[in-house]
Write a protein that binds this ligand. Structure first.
Ligand code: PMP
Length: 441
């Protein structure tokens, strides 16, 4: 584990501080995006001589690229233990596109089916369901963990009309992992299907879709390449092959059809009918290189390594006075390595700015595209937020989030902790110092 840092591009990038000094950048914003593996960039270079548009090209390069692209579905399927005799792997841009695709494919103009989402979802696993569905939200407890009793209650209450339960594998705010196999078992008892948003889970823990015959089977799984050491622009939707037969594809055009006349369209089979336009071959090459690297490293070992980072960070952060931590800080095995916090008396955006400008430490602050969840954790009632609609100039509530990748180091956490002590011991100094200070750019 000690040489994980050599696996990624940019581990030694230097950035300027406020005083002009250059320091090695510390990236604690991996829940947003992870840097690419060196092996991923190398594989893109290796593949470059074969760069070509796939599927209908007759040239050798095009045939080779097509072969690689189609075979990649198998590698992805194996990585998450999907049964590709029943499931299909669709390459998409990202998790957001994947979820919108499922929402489109299951929507119906005759009825408004019920989808049960949760109060801890990223907007990408909430907003797509607000169109064409009636959405019920499964509650959370005061630590931000999913309330399974409420799920049972709502499955019973809406029995017969719930089509799908959508749930994040791990929260991008608190890192809380949901018991997805337990939830799947419950959901299947009610004849519904389950979609797991794997954006924060797949890069950090082993994930298995389980056989279709198992009650624990995950029906839909979605995730993004850019959060698992591949570049932007590639993501995955694993779904039952049969789930795309009702509606026409969401995006239509080249690649989605088998036959077109002026008044007739015969759609292609999945996955092609769901991959409109020229496919992102380099994205898939990169994703496969990332998956192979992660598999070689062993997801269990990665999970344990990141758990140790989080455990250490939490232990040290607890000792800093006036640092408020959110989420369940006891059952750490049920979290991926994300730590949201605030410093009492300093706004989240100022804390994040100070960490960057005084320490070269990149974090994220705000509501992390999960506003209802963050509001609940902060104890802010909905009515209070109305003020922000009337007064957009008011500072918004939020948190600071650190999130680790496999390459992060204990000594980087030590630097964060030292800076947190400095900030909390000199709060007013920093508030005054940064009152009118600009950003770097
Ligand atoms: N779900 C979760 C839990 C996420 O953390 C994110 C990204 N922050 C998304 C969905 C959306 O991912 P993308 O932006 O890659 O579509």
């Amino acid at each position: 584990p000690s040489n994980y840092e050599n696996l990624i591009v940019g581990a030694d990038t230097t950035v300027p501080l406020r005083n002009g000094r250059l320091v090695t950048a510390i990236n604690f914003d991996n829940a947003a995006t992870t840097p690419p593996f060196c092996a991923v960039m190398q594989e893109i270079m290796n593949f470059s001589p074969w760069y070509s548009s796939i599927h209908r090209g007759t040239g050798y390069k095009s045939q080779l690229s097509s072969h690689f692209y189609e075979n990649a579905r198998k590698t992805v399927g194996e990585f998450v233990n999907a049964d590709l005799s029943k499931d299909t792997v669709i390459f998409v841009k990202n998790t957001t596109e994947a979820i919108n695709k499922v929402a489109h494919s299951l929507s119906s103009t005759d009825e408004q089916p019920v989808v049960l989402s949760t109060c801890m979802e990223h907007h990408s696993n909430d907003l797509p369901w607000r169109r064409n569905y009636r959405v019920g939200y499964i509650d959370i407890d005061e630590d931000g963990r999913l309330n399974i009793e409420d799920l049972k209650y709502k499955l019973e209450k809406y029995n017969g009309s719930v089509k799908l339960v959508v749930v994040t594998g791990a929260s991008n705010v608190t890192g809380h992992k949901n018991p997805i196999y337990e939830i799947a078992t419950l959901v299947h008892q009610y004849n519904c299907k389950i979609l797991v948003d794997g954006a924060q889970l797949v890069p950090h823990s082993p994930v298995e879709m389980k056989p279709h015959s198992s009650p624990q089977h995950i029906d839909y799984l979605v995730f993004s390449g850019h959060k698992m050491y591949a570049p932007f622009g590639i993501g995955v939707l694993v779904a039952p092959q049969t789930s795309f037969s009702t509606n026409p594809p969401d995006l239509v055009g080249g690649g989605t059809v088998d036959l077109v006349t002026h008044n007739q369209i015969l759609w292609a089979d999945v996955p092609q009918r769901e991959e409109a336009g020229t496919p992102n071959v380099f994205g898939v090459v990169a994703l496969i290189a990332a998956i192979k690297t992660l598999s070689q490293l062993d997801m269990k070992k990665i999970e344990y390594h990141e758990y140790r980072l989080m455990e250490y960070a939490l232990m040290r952060m607890r000792q800093v006075p006036e640092v408020e931590l959110y989420g369940d800080c006891i059952h750490l095995k049920n979290r991926v390595s994300i730590v949201p916090f605030n410093i009492k008396g300093i706004s989240h955006d100022l804390t994040a700015k100070i960490l960057s400008m005084e320490g070269g430490i990149a974090v994220r602050n705000g509501c992390f595209c999960a506003q209802p969840y963050v509001q609940k954790l902060l104890g802010i009632p909905d009515e209070k937020l109305q003020e922000h609609i009337q007064h957009p100039e008011l500072p918004r509530p939020g948190m600071v989030r650190i999130s680790f990748g496999l390459y992060n180091q204990i000594h980087e956490i030590d630097k964060l902790i030292a800076l947190l002590w400095t900030i909390t011991s000199n709060k007013q100094y920093y508030i005054d110092l940064y009152k009118d200070s600009p950003n770097f750019f």
